[in-house]
Every structure is written in C-alpha cells, then in structure tokens.
Design a protein around this ligand. Sequence first.
Ligand SMILES: Cc1cc2nc3c(=O)[nH]c(=O)nc-3n(C[C@H](O)[C@H](O)[C@H](O)COP(=O)(O)OP(=O)(O)OC[C@H]3O[C@@H](n4cnc5c(N)ncnc54)[C@H](O)[C@@H]3O)c2cc1C
Ligand code: SF4
Length: 799
Amino acid sequence: MEKKKLVLIGNGMAGIRTIEEILKLLPDQFDITVFGKEPYPNYNRIQLSKVLQGDTEIKDITLNEWQWYEDNGILLYPGETVTKVDKDNKKVYTDKGKETPYDHLIIATGSNPFMLPLPGADKEGVTAFRDIEDCEKMIDASKNFKRAAVIGGGLLGLEAARGLLNLGMEVDVIHLADYLMERQLDRPAGELLQKELESQGMNFYLEKQTAEITGKKRVTGLKFKDGGAIPADLVVMAVGIKPNVSLAQESGVEVNRGVVVNDHMETSVPNIYAVGECAEHKGMVYGLVAPLYEQGQALAKHICGMNHQGYKGSVLSTQLKVSGVDVFSTGLINETAETKSIKVFDEWQNTYKKILVKDDKLTGAVLFGNTTEGTKLKSLITKGANVEEYLESQQGADDGESIVASMSDDEVICGCNGVSKGTIVDAIKAEGLSSVEEVKGATNASRSCGTCKNLVSELLTDTLGDEYEADTKESICACTDLTRDEVVIEIKEKGLTHTKEVMNVLEWKTEEGCSKCKPALNYYLGMINPKEHEDERESRFVNERLHANIQKDGTYSVVPRMYGGVTNAEDLRTIADVAEKYEVGMIKLTGGQRIDLLGVKKEDLPNVWKDLGMPSGYAYGKSVRTVKTCVGAEFCRFGTQDSTGMGIQLEKKFEGLNTPHKVKMGVSACPRNCAEGGIKDVGVVGLDGVWEVYVGGNGGTELRKAELLVKVKSQEEVLEYTAAFLQYYRENASYLERTSHYVERVGIEHIQEIVSDDQLRKELNDRMDEALGIYKEPWNEVLESETTLKDLYEKVATK
Ligand SMILES: Cc1cc2nc3c(=O)[nH]c(=O)nc-3n(C[C@H](O)[C@H](O)[C@H](O)COP(=O)(O)OP(=O)(O)OC[C@H]3O[C@@H](n4cnc5c(N)ncnc54)[C@H](O)[C@@H]3O)c2cc1C
Ligand code: SF4
C-alpha cells in the first residue's frame, strides 16, 4: 500500500512531539516531510533560559539529532520556510521554491514574540527572547556591553534577566504591573520573588511604561512615560507572544487569535491540523509545553485512526527556572467571593503557600520557597480533588512518607510531558530501569524543564527499594561531571593554576565555564596555592569584584572596617564628612555593629574610600566579615572576660581571609551572650577562667544553633582553635557552603577530633598563616591601580 504523505510545518517542540507519537503508533504508515524555518534539528526551547544562565550549552539542548530524522525516514528541510499552502490542490510551497504535496498537513508554527511598537524598537541591541539566535545575540552583547534592560517582569523576562546577570551584565527589569509575574502569582508571592531576585542583584522598575528606546544606531537607553530614563546597551523585550498564524490565515484556514481547532486538532479545512502555540482550542491558546504535548498525543491518535476522546483542554502550571528561587503556581491564583484559602506564610523560612478551595474542591495553588508539593497539587487540582484528600496526603507527608508514595497511579509526575506515576513505575519494572536518565529515555519524564527529576528519583527509590542507589555524585555545575572533591584533588595532583587551565585540562563541557564554577574554581585555586595564585577578579561575583555591595537601585553600600565594632570620634567625624560630601542615601548601623553608608554611586566608590582612609570592612565578600562583641568585663556588671579585646584580635587576625562563604563571629563575656555567638559561624563565650568556642551557627534563612567545639583557657588558644576550624572548613567545604551546613554534614565530633589533634592543629595553623600572609587591603589596591579604576569604576578620576 502506498504510504500517505504527511507534511509538518514547524520543526519545533509541539510538531515533532506529534511526529514522535505517530511513529510510536504507526511507524511505517507515512512518508513524513518536515519544514523548519530555523537551521537546527528539533531543540528544547525551554532550555534556552538555562543556556543563557550558563547551566547548559546550545549543543546540549538538541532533542532529536539529525540522525534521528534519518533513522525514521523523515525528510527534513531545515532553514526553509513554508510560504504558501494550496489547500485545494493539497500542496505546500517554500521560500526556496520547493513544492510538496500532502495527504495530511500539520501546522505547528508556534508563536512570534510580541515586540512593542516603540520608537527606536528597530535599533541595534534590541532583541526578543525566543530562539537560539536571540540567545546568541544576548551572549554576544554581554561580551562587549554592560547594561541590559529587560522589558517585562513575567516568567520569560525574569529568566532572561537572571541569564544576563550570570553573563556579567547589570540588569534592570521594567514591568508594567505593580508586582512581578502577576499573571501566575498573587501579590505576596510576587513580592517575595522580587525581594529574592533583588538580593541576587536584579534591579526593578515597577509600574513603568516604556515610551521610547533611545540611541542613534545602537540602543543607549530607555525613556519612560512618566519622564524618567535609564541607560541600556541591550534591550530585551519579553512582553508576550502572539500565535504565528499568518500562513494559515493567508491559506484560507479559519483563524481567531490562533488557528481554530476542534478536540481532534482539526482546522476548518479538511486534512489540515494545527498543534502547539499557534492553535486555539475552545478559545484558549497555550504557551507551555505540557498542554501542547497533550494536543500532540490527541492529534497523533486521530491521524493514525485510533479511538480517542480527543483533547479536552489543560490546567496550567508554572515554574520559574531561576536557581535559588522556587516558585510554582497552578489553576486559580487569586481569591474570589466563592473561594476559601489555606495559607501558610513562614517568614522565618521565607516560604509561602496558598491553596484555593471552591465548593470543597481544590482549584488553585501558589507556592514560594518550597515547591516540593507542586506536582502533587497540580495533579489533585486537575482531577478536581476534594480538600480532604489533600489534607490526608499532607498527614502522610508530615509522617515522613514520600510524596510519590501517596500518589495514585494516574497522577502526573512530569507535567511537561504528561507522564503519570503508573507509566514510570511500569517502565521501571518492565524494562529494569535503574537511573533517572534511563527513565527519561524510556518515558520522556523529566525530558523538558527537568523540575520533576527529584520525584522520578523518589519513584525509583520507592519501586526498587535498596536496589536503587540514588546518584549522589553531585558535580559542581553542569559544565563538568566532576565533584568538588575530584576537582580539588585534580588541581593538587596536576598542579593547575588558573581557572581556564582547570577547565581545559579537566575537559570542561563549556569553554568559558559558568557563574557557578568560575568563582568556585578561583576560590579552590586560591585555597590550595595561596602564595602563587593570582586572584581572578573577573571570576568573582559583582560585590566582590567591586568591593562594595550592590543595592537594588544600582548604587553601592560601603562599610569601613571597625575592629570589634569599636570606633572613635575622629573616625566618626570622617565618616560623617564623607557621607555629607557624597550625599549618601542612608547611614545605617548593621547587625554586625558596623556603619553602612548606603546609596553611593559606583563612580564615587574610589573617592569615598580615599576620603575615608579606613580599611575595607569586607561586608561584601565570601570572607571573614564582622566580629560582633559585647562590652564585656571592662564595663558590664556580668562580664568575666575581655570580650571586646578578644573580638578585635580575632578580627585583626582573620581580616580579608577568603572562605567558602561569609563567616561571621561574635564574642560575649558571659553566658547571657549579648553578641549572639550562638547563631554565628564562630561564637566565643567567656566564662570565669574559660573561653568556650562554638561553631556552625547561622542566624540567616535557616536558623541553626552553633555547637561547642572546645573549651580553652587563654585568648591565644581561642585564636589557635578558631584558625584550625576555619582552615579545615576552607579546605574541605564546597564553595558557597556555609559553616552551618558544613558542620551539620560532617558532624561536630569529626571536627573536634581533627582540631584537638596537636599535630593536625599545628599544620592547619601553619597553612592558615600562609593564607593570611598574602592579604592586601582591597580598597587601597584599587586606588593604586589605574587600570582597575578605569575598567571597573568607569568615569572615575580620583581627586
Ligand atoms: C526562553 C523560553 C523558555 C521557556 N520556558 C518554558 C518552560 O519552562 N516551560 C514550558 O512549558 N514552556 C516554556 N517555554 C515555552 C515553550 O518553549 C513553547 O510553548 C513551545 O516551544 C511551543 O512549541 P511549538 O512547537 O508550538 O512552537 P516552537 O517550539 O516555537 O516551534 C515552532 C517552529 O516553527 C517554525 N516555523 C514558523 N513558521 C514557519 C514556516 N512558515 N515554515 C517553517 N517553519 C516555521 C519556527 O521557526 C519554530 O522553529 C519557553 C519558551 C522560551 C522561548
Ligand atoms: S554577654 Fe554578659 S558580659 Fe557581655 S554584655 Fe552581655 S551580660 Fe555583659
């Protein structure tokens, strides 16, 4: 029998998924031809955000290699656009003059990014964020330019903004609404998100409407409707998408917002179907892959003549792909007169959960900070479950039961690909799968955005029990498969000295590394070879590069060093004069007993430091920060030891020491602990004739009580044990691991054993002295370097 001719217009995610489904059902039934405007094989558009953020490379986001087309007998025309469909003669025509007949035609042309018709929108440096080309444009721009403006504070805009920050740009996000992601989040979650992203260095202009893009040939900035303006060398528009329907429309296929389709994805013209972002089903146009894949499945069954109830519409869910920020929403997000809500706001842990209930049924959820329940909630909401069912499953979770154990077989684990728990468990059992990668290959679960990987891993544990050993080997980032320990060993063994060399010799998957591995490698190299290593400023995060903390409005804050929190009249006078001269926005006492000058312009930083004439307070670095002290025996009625003097000694000794994460200390002179040493990385408490040294405390997002390391008699011993502890932490913790996590991970007994061994303690102290020996005061260093002044602080001419 002659094969039917199946033509697909659009080599994107929805179209090719439909072909995959068809091949699964009837592998030999069709002669398949695919036209794709882009010159690549089918790739994972979702992962473009991760490419921009440096976690993945373009070459790694291909979903179906060239070979796949060949193996399945598919004729692919990449880089070729279909320009006309002749529905009467059942033929399509392309921009390269090709004429191809069809029996079945699938239109899967996706969307076009919506570009605001602003004056100046055609200038060089204005881009959308939709395809590989846009992504490459942004990566290129970041190499030559500094300031990016992203118009749109929705999902895509924020993912672009995070990527541009990772690429080393300063990023302003301009958003029309008064809180972020207002279409997917409610106000509390939107505001928490903003705070979190601000702490990562993003800068926001909310309730702002752009009026014009300025510049001659290339963009130089934005003007707002309210008269304000900001500079920008790159403008990314992420304000929405519109279905790409022009071809369908011109060919006489019915189009509303999208190409109108019924439950079988049939258009108004026989044998022409539409699927994906270009299709409109029951008035809805979808912009996420999960519903598009459901459409693809329905269409495949229809084309293959299988019995199928068709596509019935989808409940959407959203997840932001920005590391360090967990946000999820699904279904209804805002209260109405008919809804009741369950809300949990844990200010301490910075988590927020809202579940909406209507007529006793779950109808929507918003999660911030902890999204582990996301998949479960989506599944319950999709099936219209009763609130009691959720509360019961919660009980199970509180009792330590894994979330997947309490899910029924038809509940969906991978939202993007619509893979249920039952399908995964069956595949694990039938095909003897034993890793997340194998499950991915066999079922498609976690093949798209990847957020369900943990659930898949839990399912493996649940199904295989002891036979499954979760892959606990965690590489330092996606650029390598090596773990932190393996990298450190290799650096030592091979005598590597530079981040680029490490990447090269250890066969990094990316040429330049990413924002995760670059600063980490710089740290490990410095820790291993403090004397020879030349610090690579360009590998450091912005605050460390500029020796000041960047604030949400793009200004900086400056904290002069005040050992032990002690100052004097002369220094205070100087600080006051500087604050006045440079019109600092606010003078604030920090929680660590220092004076913070907030609102200093970047170009003023060197002159501020010069006029202050004080050492840098290191309030910005992954290094020893402040040592907070109580007034102690000299003034306090309860004090038994000189806590202030002890604090000053500690601070002077460890000043400028690079550590895996920031290190804060506190010294009190009696158990009342006024300097709060119980929640510091190192806390020292003076008792009658004894000093207690505590370690691993944290007063930050995860409160942790410090644990007693040792009791000693003298101040010298406090210094010696503290040095041994800090050096051991420096040598063994992962970069960006706080002492609290580190101590918890390895256990206090282990650390006690190490530091109480006289020989080991001495060796650790020797290596600490070596590391401290290279200290240079960073503000002075900048002032002395013309090149640094010019490169980093622009416009600067020290007076
Ligand atoms: C940066 C980014 C991040 C995203 N993150 C997520 C996420 O986390 N989760 C999620 O669910 N979704 C996400 N999405 C959305 C998701 O990628 C889309 O919903 C999905 O790709 C749409 O699939 P599609 O096949 O309809 O369109 P596309 O994948 O866009 O494919 C359409 C293809 O058709 C081609 N084409 C158009 N016209 C013609 C023509 N006339 N001739 C030939 N070819 C043509 C286009 O060039 C394109 O390659 C993201 C999108 C972007 C851009
Ligand atoms: S910790 Fe004790 S000694 Fe220090 S200030 Fe408080 S009460 Fe006084």
